[in-house]
Write a protein that binds this ligand. Structure first.
Ligand code: G16
Length: 544
């Protein structure tokens, strides 16, 4: 078996962030860079005898070459079998499902998620373990440590791989199977939701569009919505995965989905719009009039109405949200009498809770929602969940949200991002902020006064894993909250995220919350001295 051994000078910048290693595509294409990271993964979680690895990605530029490299390196490391999606495609939730369904040891997912792709865009590698979930921090830290000490990487040079042809070949001692990326995932979705009811809804004149953003969900959405559920051809827009996402930004955000938003506004607006991201784990839900459902509300609504869906008919065991996500789900959990966990940002923190049966649903403000059907957030799952609810309740998107607010009140929400900061000053800003937490209580700003402030630390109630410094929370009176944290998914520099939420009781739920959120935004800038310390007059991106 010809295994080539290549010497490598280790790289010092391969610490995985919130979700795997993300860098510019050019960095990843530097000789040995991808290989060093993959070798570190393979050495930190070496294959058990007879083990299978799942490989795929979101179709972005460099993904096919990278997939072949990963397959050959896995073969050299001793994997008995590799299953790779045809065309090197696999959405993140589909990869998670395959790990679980086939008893694989893990998955290498080639994606930088919602970051733009192409030679001038970003690339990324995520590693998921045998649970199907993102590697825990203990493993990603071990991978980082290993990457800095590597001497060489190994690759199997024997055998041919045709990523476009379904079937099995041999690469050295490893069986390499090119599989259809869609079927197992589509079957799973069909087992969870009431497809006859959704089919009925779609046949009743209900009009919808799903924007796949020329990313990985195109083939999945076409199979599910058009083939299995009978939506008319063309329901899935931008359905063909392209290496540069058609020049777009594969982020399900109103700004990046102008065609979808146009179809959702005006006198002929459709009934339902949705979009997913590069690797298919995020979702955006839109009602007529361009009414975007806030991710925190979405999690709360899915939790409150879970028993309308076949898979969750027995109710939910518990729910979890990442710390900066609006506290709407907490209110539902209290009403249902189940636990609501507050975790650090990043899906990996939900995995142990799901494995232990403590939660059924979870979600994040970053347009991520999911359940224990896989161990990743899942864009199309959320879309089908919403369609199932609309069919079961016989109302539109806005009505469903209004009903929820009327019962639970509303956590009006906005995220303000200060992008393109230098890392040093951004970290110094967070340090300065931490320094003023002890005597923050009682401080007043605008209509708000600080009740308490802290730097969020977490101890996993299942496995005891801990994480400190996960973001500064400022609790205010009247009931509002500001959170400050640095993004963990950028490929260079730093982004400060400021999360704003304020509670409107049921009688004010339909009010225009812009003025409340503007006041909170002013408080967030004053409390942290954003203008002076960062030299920024205003955020660069505002969501919500
Ligand atoms: C990733 C993680 C999410 C997390 C998000 C936050 O999303 O998978 O769990 O909420 O990052 O990003 P940031 O650290 O920039 O705030 P994705 O969709 O990029 O994989």
């Amino acid at each position: 078996m010809p295994i080539a051994v290549h010497a490598v000078t280790p790289f010092d910048d391969q610490r995985p962030g919130t979700s795997g290693l993300r860098k510019s595509t050019r960095r990843f294409m530097q000789p040995g860079y991808l290989q060093a990271f993959v070798q570190a993964i393979l050495e930190c979680d070496p294959p058990d005898p007879g083990a299978t690895l799942i490989v795929g990605g979101d179709g972005r530029f460099f993904g096919r070459e990278a997939a072949e490299t990963v397959v050959r390196m896995a073969a050299a490391a001793g994997y008995a079998r590799v299953k790779v999606g045809r065309g090197a495609l696999l959405s993140t939730p589909a990869a998670s499902n395959l790990v679980r369904a086939t008893g694989a040891q893990g998955a290498v997912i080639l994606s930088a998620s919602h970051n733009p792709g192409g030679p001038d865009g970003d690339f990324g590698v995520k590693y998921n373990t045998a649970s199907g979930g993102p590697a825990p921090e203990s493993l990603t830290e071990a991978i980082f440590a290993r990457s800095k000490a590597l001497a060489d990487w190994r690759v199997e040079t024997d055998g041919e791989i045709d990523l476009d042809r379904l079937g099995e070949t041999r690469v050295g001692g490893c069986a390499v199977e090119v599989i259809d990326p869609v079927t197992a995932y589509a079957d799973l979705m069909e087992s969870l939701f009431d497809f006859p009811a959704i089919r009925g809804l779609l046949a009743s004149g209900f009009r919808m569009r799903f924007d796949a953003m020329h990313a990985v969900t195109g083939p999945y959405a076409t199979e599910l919505l058009e083939r299995r559920l009978g939506a008319p051809a063309g329901t899935v827009m931008n359905a063909t995965p392209l290496p540069d996402f058609g020049g777009g930004h594969p982020d399900p955000h109103p700004e990046h989905a102008p065609g979808l938003m146009a179809a959702m506004t005006g006198p002929d607006a459709l009934d339902f719009g949705a979009a997913s991201d590069g690797d298919g784990d995020r979702n955006m839900i839109v009602g007529p009039g361009g009414f975007v459902v806030s991710p925190g509300d979405s999690l709360a609504i899915l939790t409150a109405l879970a028993d309308r869906v076949p898979a969750y008919a027995g109710g939910v065991a518990g729910v979890a949200r990442s710390m900066p996500t609006a506290r709407a789900a907490d209110r539902v959990a209290r009403a249902l009498g189940v636990d609501c966990f507050e975790t650090p940002t990043g899906w990996k923190w939900f995995v142990s809770l799901m494995d232990a049966g403590r939660i059924t649903l979870c979600g994040e403000e970053s347009f991520g929602t999911g359940s224990n059907h896989v161990r990743e957030k899942d864009g199309l799952w959320a879309v089908l969940f919403w369609l199932n609810l609309l069919a079961a309740e016989g109302v539109g998107v806005r009505e469903l949200v209004m009903r929820h607010w009327t019962r639970f009140g509303r956590d009006a929400y906005r995220r303000e991002d200060y992008e393109g900061l230098e890392t040093g000053p951004a970290e110094a800003f967070m340090q300065a902020l931490r320094g003023r937490l002890d005597d923050a209580a009682g401080r007043a700003s605008g209509p708000f006064s600080v009740v308490r402030a802290d730097d969020f630390a977490y101890v996993d109630p299942v496995d005891g894993a801990g994480a400190a410094g996960q973001g500064v929370r400022v609790m205010l009176s009247p009931d509002a909250r500001i959170t400050y944290r640095l993004s963990g998914t950028g490929s260079s520099g730093a982004t400060l995220r400021v999360y704003l939420e304020t509670y409107l009781p049921p009688e004010r739920a339909d009010a225009d919350a812009a003025a409340d959120l503007d006041a909170l935004s002013a408080t967030s800038r004053a409390f942290a001295d954003v203008g002076d310390l960062l030299g920024r007059e205003a955020p660069s991106v505002v969501t919500g």
